[in-house]
Design a protein around this ligand. Structure first.
Ligand code: SAM
Length: 226
C-alpha cells in the first residue's frame, strides 16, 4: 500500500472516530484507503466530480481489497449525498473559494452534527470569511509541512452562534492558538506574501496595498503575542 503523504495524514488525524466519512474530491482515494486500513471508520464514501479520477480511485480501492467498505460516487461537491450518509466530511486539496462554494450548496451541513475537515490550497481567508458569515465555528486549525510546503487545516462544525471577530480574523483564524511552530511559520510566510503583493501593487491600488500592509502587521502581531 502506498505511503500516505504528511498532508493527507494530517486530514486522517483530524477526523472523528465515526461510522462513515465522506471524502469530497477524492481523486486517487489514498485517504479513504488509509482511513479503512487504520480502522478510523467503518465506511467511506469517496466522490469526485470527474470520471477519470474515480477510475483511478476504483483501481486503488480494488488493489487494497476495500471495495466493500469504500463506495465510489460521481458527485459535484456534496450534491450527490443525502444528509444522513456521513458524519464527518473531508475536503482537501481544492481552492478555498471552491470549498466555500461546495459548502454553500449543501444546506444540510448546518444541522450541527456534521464535522468538517477542510484544507484549502489557496484563499484560506475567503473560506474563513465564508465560515464566519454562515454560522460555522472553527474548532481548531493546524499546519503541516509536506515536501517543503505548508498546508493549513480547519476543523469545523455549524453552531449558528453569532461570534465577534477581529477585522483581520479571516487571515489567521485559530492558528495563533496552535502551539505548533509551523502555525507561526505559516502566518509569517503569509505576512511576507502580503507585503510582497502590496509592493507589487504599489500606487496602482493604494487602498488594497495599504490593507495588505495592515494585514501583514496584524499577522506579525498575532504570531508574537501567542
Ligand atoms: C487536487 S485533487 C485533490 C485530491 C485529494 N482530495 C487530495 O487532497 O490529495 C482535486 C480533486 O477534486 C476534484 N474536484 C474538483 N471540483 C470538484 C467538485 N466540485 N466536486 C467534487 N470533486 C471536485 C477534482 O476532480 C480532483 O480529483
Amino acid at each position: 500500500m502506498k505511503r500516505l503523504s504528511p498532508r493527507l495524514k494530517e486530514a486522517a488525524a483530524l477526523v472523528r472516530k465515526v461510522d462513515t466519512i465522506a471524502d469530497i474530491g477524492t481523486d486517487h482515494a489514498y485517504l479513504p484507503i488509509y482511513l479503512i486500513a487504520h480502522n478510523i471508520c467503518r465506511r467511506v464514501i469517496a466522490s469526485d466530480l470527474r470520471t477519470g479520477p474515480l477510475e483511478n480511485a476504483r483501481a486503488n480501492v480494488e488493489a487494497a481489497g476495500f471495495g466493500d467498505r469504500i463506495e465510489l460516487r460521481l458527485s459535484d461537491g456534496l450534491t450527490g449525498y443525502r444528509a444522513d450518509e456521513a458524519q464527518d466530511i473531508v475536503i482537501t486539496g481544492m481552492g478555498g473559494i471552491l470549498i466555500a462554494e461546495i459548502l454553500d450548496k449543501t444546506p444540510w451541513l448546518k444541522r450541527g452534527d456534521k464535522h468538517l475537515v477542510l484544507q484549502p490550497m489557496t484563499h484560506a481567508e475567503v473560506l474563513r470569511a465564508y465560515l464566519m458569515a454562515n454560522g460555522y465555528r472553527i474548532l481548531r486549525e493546524s499546519v503541516c509541512e509536506d515536501d517543503g510546503k505548508l498546508y493549513c487545516f480547519m476543523s469545523c462544525i455549524h453552531t449558528n452562534e453569532t461570534q465577534r471577530f477581529d477585522e483581520f480574523y479571516e487571515y489567521y483564524g485559530e492558528l495563533p492558538h496552535s502551539s505548533d511552530r509551523l502555525a507561526a511559520l505559516y502566518l509569517r510566510r503569509l505576512a511576507e506574501r502580503c507585503l510582497r503583493e502590496a509592493a507589487a501593487i504599489g500606487a496602482t491600488d493604494q487602498k488594497r496595498a495599504d490593507r495588505l500592509r495592515q494585514v501583514a502587521k496584524k499577522l506579525h502581531q498575532v504570531t508574537t503575542e501567542h
